[in-house]
Design a binder for this molecule. Sequence first.
Ligand SMILES: [Zn+2]
Length: 462
Amino acid sequence: MRNIDKTGLPGKYKAWIFQHGLLPRLTWPLMLYEIGVTTVEGLGRTINRHLRRWLGVPPSFSSIGLYSRTSKLQLPFTSLVEEYKVGKARLIMTLKTSKDEKVRQAGVHVRTGRKWSASRAVEDAESRLRHKDIVGTVCQGRQGLGTTHRQSWRTTDTGERRGMVQSEIRAQEEEGRKKKAVEMGCQGAWTRWETEERHLTWKDIWRYQPAQLKFLLRSVYDVLPSPVNLHRWGLVPDPDCVLCGKRGTLDHVLTSCQTALTQGRYTWRHNEVLRELADILERERKAQRKVKKKMVTIRFVKEGQSVPVQGTNKKSGLLEMADDWTMEVDLHGRSSFPNIVQTSLRPDIVLWSRGEKKLLLVELTVPWEERCVQANERKRAKYEDLLAECWEQVWQTWNFPVEVGYRGFPAQSVWRTLSALGLTGLERRRAVQRLAQAAERASSWVWRKREESTWKPTVGAQ
Ligand SMILES: [Zn+2]
């Protein structure tokens, strides 16, 4: 690690050298030689220290943030201790299931120190897998019945079992990390977020500017120098917001400061994200639509025949229903609601088709990640009456409230809205990424300007 540190490369390159150069060279000797788990944990701490420094996060940044596979922001690093435990388990499984009978009966003892026993961990994993066989497949969250399949322990061969035990041990490690995260008040706040997860790949990391990456990592785990954190670390006497004098938590500074709101800081950020969203929808609106109005015909099928499947790979979305869409975006206060009903409400984006009498409303919020569902319900309620009035005028109307968390974490509603409008696959993934980046970039700008009493958004904002 010291040698990597001396190379003088930027921090993220050093982190890459660790993950792809050093770690693979360590796993083999760690598996083969008798090294106690305490020693490996010590090595792990050294690695954590270096990684933190290379990524530009403070020493208090938890190692859960570096290695977690279930957190909201997943980084492409692997924990040395986890690799060690998996390696030892692999060794036990290999010896136990060897084709050579002499090896199987040799009784090789894998020693790992007192704190953690590899053979017990393998036994645990096996019994957990056997137990899962009895429980059967379970669905979590919004998963539909039968969408997931799991390998059955009973029917697999030894080679596959080896893999299953290893991933079970990884799962146990992850469970331990998650338990710790829930216990941590500040850095574990992400366990309460209502947004989708983000995987940060190496490709993403190369693209990031160091300062931007630093902001993202530190804001997700709330280790930015906000007034409250500075006070907690004993660096400033009082934890008050510079602008309004209230308690200056990270969430106060970035989403709920009244003074910042009046100065238009949050509106500026909202408009930055809205501009991206409007651009995405504008492209979708202009996209060539081959669907022309067709006569509705009834197809008769002879007895015993099946209905012919037609056009399965055609795009389907609400925008496919008409070809004369008009779009209004409420960016500079000049937009007006189409002349269907009289209203003073200004939804962020209105799309309508006079020919087909269809109307779509899209309302964007950039909230705190813990309040996404709340924001969605609020926006739904706000436009309920307007929606009912439009339906009375025989206009088919839909309302899509979408939320992009201020740290760049889009809620499920973003994915759902985009696919309802006809974006799928890679196109949709790219669109979501663009929205996330816009929110994150704007937030980091708001953060950088937090101590300036006046607000000039256009200068230097990119
Ligand atoms: Zn304030």
